[in-house]
Design a protein around this ligand. Structure first.
Ligand SMILES: NC(=O)c1ccc[n+]([C@@H]2O[C@H](COP(=O)([O-])OP(=O)(O)OC[C@H]3O[C@@H](n4cnc5c(N)ncnc54)[C@H](O)[C@@H]3O)[C@@H](O)[C@H]2O)c1
Length: 243
């Protein structure tokens, strides 16, 4: 099975790496040649890349070479047309995402599933830009994609059961833990980000009130809940891809 990834940035490169490492042929497209080169480089040699997997004995040399051979980073949008599933990871702007969903709908066969890695934009708005709303779904990954198990699968009222089942199956095959939740067009964010941002907002209030410093809030949350990073550390890490 072939998976297309649209966007080779922080998320797209990692998503391409995960899919290729779990046996899928992957074509990743970006409008920026620099992003394509960097995305490929990070997927192979980055902190969480395929070569690190070999160093840490998570992958054999043969498995790593096979995964690298399954990944193509392409400047041609039309190369996505041969994919059975396309995962969109372009910037978090509704106008940009609607435009690429229109383009994908025109370029891909009607059977292709179109998934968005949006952090919180309404999936229904993306589905409405296509003639295949039953085959449009959210697949929200967490950063860094090769490490985090989250697969927040977002369905609209029009997403078909077959689409949801197919995407959950692929997410599981990629080592992720799919959890299906409902699209909510009136609110930004689905579940993970709504709860996360409520926590970050409270952490900022605590600092603004002079109760504690950023560092103290982070330290307390790590010590209290055994988190790997506190709320401010998480914001910094997510913005940089934890590089
Ligand atoms: N960074 C995170 O922690 C994180 C986590 C989960 C979800 N997301 C979501 O993933 C999506 C991508 O985020 P990111 O952090 O990878 O962004 P990014 O800026 O690192 O990458 C976006 C890439 O999309 C490319 N692009 C822009 N327009 C394009 C087009 N029309 N066609 C093809 N490529 C195009 C850009 O050149 C860039 O390389 C966003 O919706 C974001 O909200 C991000």
């Amino acid at each position: 099975m072939k998976i297309g990834v649209l966007g080779a940035g922080v998320m797209g490169g990692g998503i391409a790496q995960v899919c290729a490492s779990h046996g899928y042929e992957v074509v990743c497209h970006d409008i920026s040649a620099d992003a394509l080169a960097k995305g490929r480089d990070v997927a192979i040699s980055g902190r969480y890349g395929i070569e690190r997997g070999v160093e840490r004995a998570k992958l054999t040399r043969e498995q790593a070479d096979a995964a690298i051979a399954r990944m193509t980073f392409s400047a041609e949008f039309d190369d996505l047309a041969s994919a059975e599933l396309v995962i969109e990871a372009v910037p978090e702007r509704l106008d940009v995402k609607i435009r690429v969903f229109r383009d994908l709908d025109r370029a891909c066969p009607p059977s292709t599933i179109l998934a968005s890695n949006t952090s919180g934009l309404p999936i229904a708005a993306l589905a409405a830009a296509t003639d295949r709303p039953d085959r449009v779904i959210g697949w929200h990954w967490a950063s860094p994609a090769p490490v985090m198990r989250m697969a927040e699968i977002i369905t609209t009222v029009e997403t078909s059961d077959a689409t949801t089942e197919a995407v959950c199956e692929i997410a599981s095959a990629c080592g992720k833990n799919p959890v299906v939740v409902r699209d909510q067009p009136m609110a930004w964010g689905f579940v993970a980000n709504r709860v996360y941002f409520a926590m970050v907002a409270e952490a900022r209030r605590v600092v603004d009130e002079g109760v504690a410093t950023h560092e103290q809030v982070d330290q307390l949350m790590m010590d209290c809940f055994n988190w790997p990073a506190g709320p401010f550390g998480m914001v910094r890490g997510a913005g940089s891809g934890w590089s």
